[in-house]
Design a protein around this ligand. Structure first.
Ligand code: M6R
Length: 372
């Protein structure tokens, strides 16, 4: 079943162009997103909401974090996000006209499911307008059964404990949700919808190009052979992508990894930087690039080992001294975080190979966390 691949994780990383095609199939036309992608009730329910609350765990939480930036920036809809294990125990206040979105690969994550059940209970007692949507990869799961609306990601079965293709398709799902909500609420012009859809159509090709950097990334992975910690930096949507990259690295290579929004460096983590600390930065050519560059100079001035994943227009290394991977040609606001994540998955995978860990079954972890 593994074919040419040594591990499921590797196979699943390389399946991503197809997973995206399958998740888009029947949900978009050449120029627009089909509102029916979220079910027949979606149009009515989406028209009535004024904010979004996303709840998820682990990698699915990181997908939701990317979406928060999208929802607020692109369609001006307030979006909140929280990990399920905190949300469910802090007695949160439910506001009417909130769309509750749970995200889960398995649909069986105990905390996410419990959070959803609690929301439904509170909403029914107070008679609030709080529709629930689950974005899930498993059709007949507890989460899909409990939700008003369901969007299935068509990633196909994910076997590796480290989530890869599920994450990518969750982001695709969230971009379709963004477009549909924007359209139903008159927050998105037809032109912008067309641009988003055209970007999504290019995504499988962009992912393929990113996968072509594997040999280069294999070389970089060697630098981690004797490392026990690493720092990932990003700004905007690349901050959650940095968090996801750090999670992947720690989960399968057992290297302690942390992600920081680059603007927070001065507020503490800069003290960790010395010539032994690898710092991985994600640098798309966007409005925040100049700010990121000055953060990278701060790291370099302290001798940190910089590895930068950038797009072809970014040119972060004007003064030399950084290892730069031109990971993509892409700068689209939706497609960039999805594409930049791909080489970072490969980095975690190849570091784990060097460390000799059990890539598909890392110690102490289960594929679905059905106990709290
Ligand atoms: O099935 P779910 O998406 O609800 O799972 C949530 C997390 O347990 C999961 O993403 C976990 O963090 C992965 N092992 C990360 O690779």
């Amino acid at each position: 079943e593994l074919g040419e691949h040594r591990h499921y994780m590797h196979k699943e990383i390389f399946e991503q162009p197809q997973s995206v095609i399958d998740t888009l199939e029947g949900r978009i036309t050449q120029e627009s997103v089909l509102t029916s992608a979220f079910g027949h009730q979606a149009e009515t329910l989406f028209a009535s909401i004024s904010q979004i609350q996303i709840i998820a765990c682990g990698t699915s939480y990181h997908a939701g974090m990317v979406a928060k930036y999208w929802f607020e920036d692109i369609i001006g809809l307030p979006c909140f996000i929280e990990v399920a294990s905190e949300y469910r125990y802090r007695n949160p206040v439910l506001l009417s006209d909130t769309l509750f979105v749970t995200i889960s690969q398995s649909g069986e994550t105990a905390d996410t499911l419990a959070a959803l059940q609690q929301i439904k209970q509170k909403r029914d007692v107070k008679n609030l307008n709080c529709p629930t949507l689950s974005i899930c990869n498993v059709p007949e799961s507890s989460l899909t059964r409990e939700s008003d609306l369901v969007f299935l990601t068509h990633a196909g079965p994910e076997v590796g404990v480290a989530s890869t293709k599920a994450f990518t398709t969750q982001l695709v799902a969230l971009s379709l949700l963004l477009t549909t909500l924007g359209k139903v609420q008159g927050r998105l012009t037809q032109k912008r919808e067309r641009i988003i859809v055209q970007g999504l159509q290019k995504l499988p090709g962009l992912i393929r190009n990113a996968l072509n950097h594997e040999d280069e990334i294999k070389e970089i992975a060697k630098r981690f052979a004797d490392k026990s910690s690493a720092l990932f930096l990003g700004r905007g949507t690349m901050y959650p992508i940095a968090m996801e990259a750090a999670l992947k690295l720690k989960e399968i290579s057992y290297i302690h990894a942390e992600a920081y929004p680059a603007g927070e460096l001065k507020h503490g983590p800069l003290a960790l930087i010395d010539e032994y600390m690898p710092v991985i930065a994600i640098a798309p050519h966007d409005d925040l690039l100049e700010k990121l560059k000055s953060n990278l100079q701060e790291v370099r001035a302290r001798g940190g080992q910089m590895i930068v994943f950038e797009d072809e227009n970014a040119n972060t290394d004007s003064e030399g001294g950084m290892k730069v991977v031109k990971a993509t040609t892409n700068v689209g606001r939706i497609t960039a975080p999805i594409t930049f994540n791909i080489p970072l998955q490969l980095l975690a995978y190849h570091v784990a190979l060097i460390k000799g860990t059990d890539v598909d079954q890392p110690r102490n972890l289960a594929k679905s966390v059905t106990v709290e």
